[in-house]
Design a protein around this ligand. Structure first.
Ligand SMILES: [Zn+2]
Length: 240
């Protein structure tokens, strides 16, 4: 029986048979895997804590007839503050649903795991603006998956956007590109949103920064940032 050691976080758990659970783990080296935790529902089970939603552990797994099973597990972080905060938990629940829907079983998830761990670590330890955290997570998630919009230049006239004196930048979600003030009329107003220059800066910062740094910025208002996060994510998901 070949044993494999991974680090991972449980992003879904479902009851299976009388005492078992099937857990979906986002792992560092096997991608997203489903594993059977035998006896995990019993109160004296060694998997009682590690098989729970949002618990990050080191797992030892083995494969049998095409399924992964837990052999042993050691908890690394339970994100305790997060799990007792209903509002934050709901936000994280939506994040794990999103991760589940955009990843396939066994697909390499190392970057997504890093992003998700950093995100819930911040939610667990700090009181950051929720809109900043949620929308940075979404923008980075879809950037990691290869959907970052073309940056720097107006997609119509190639004017550098960061250096321009325009007060606003326009995002065309039908083509996932940015436009300058002058070129906004080249796109149907139904297909574009207006965002402040500060928000545009923040979006580029999130796309380009290391996972650990993506939340280290502040905006006076998160209205445009949230709007972009929503529109960008919706347009990518509807096209998947
Ligand atoms: Zn332009």
């Amino acid at each position: 029986m070949k044993l494999v050691k991974v680090k991972g976080i449980v992003i879904k758990e479902v009851a299976y048979k009388d005492n078992d659970k099937i857990i979906t783990i986002l792992t560092d080296s096997l991608g997203k895997v489903s594993a059977i935790a035998k006896g995990a529902k019993k109160t004296n089970s060694p998997f009682l804590a590690s098989s729970q939603y949002l618990v990050y552990s080191e797992f030892v797994l083995y494969q049998n007839t095409g399924y992964y099973y837990l052999n042993s597990a050691a908890v690394i972080n339970t994100f305790y503050n997060l799990r007792i905060d209903f509002d934050k938990l709901q936000i994280v629940f939506d994040m794990t649903k999103m991760i589940n829907s955009v990843t396939d079983e066994n697909q390499d998830c190392e970057k997504i795991l890093k992003l998700f761990l950093n995100t819930i670590y911040v939610l667990d330890k700090y009181e950051k603006d929720i809109k900043l955290v949620v929308n940075s997570f979404k923008i980075k998630l879809f950037s990691v998956l290869g959907f970052a919009p073309r940056q720097d230049k107006c997609s119509n006239c190639s004017k550098p956007l960061l250096e321009s004196n325009d007060a606003s930048v326009f995002y065309d979600y039908s083509s996932n590109t940015f436009l300058c003030e002058e070129c906004k009329t080249t796109v149907d107003s139904k297909n574009r949103i207006q965002i402040s220059k500060a928000t545009y800066n923040a979006i580029l910062f999130v796309i380009r920064s290391d996972f650990k740094k993506i939340f280290s910025f502040e905006l006076k208002s998160y209205v445009d940032f949230e709007l972009f996060g929503q529109v960008f994510t919706d347009s990518i998901i509807s096209g998947l």
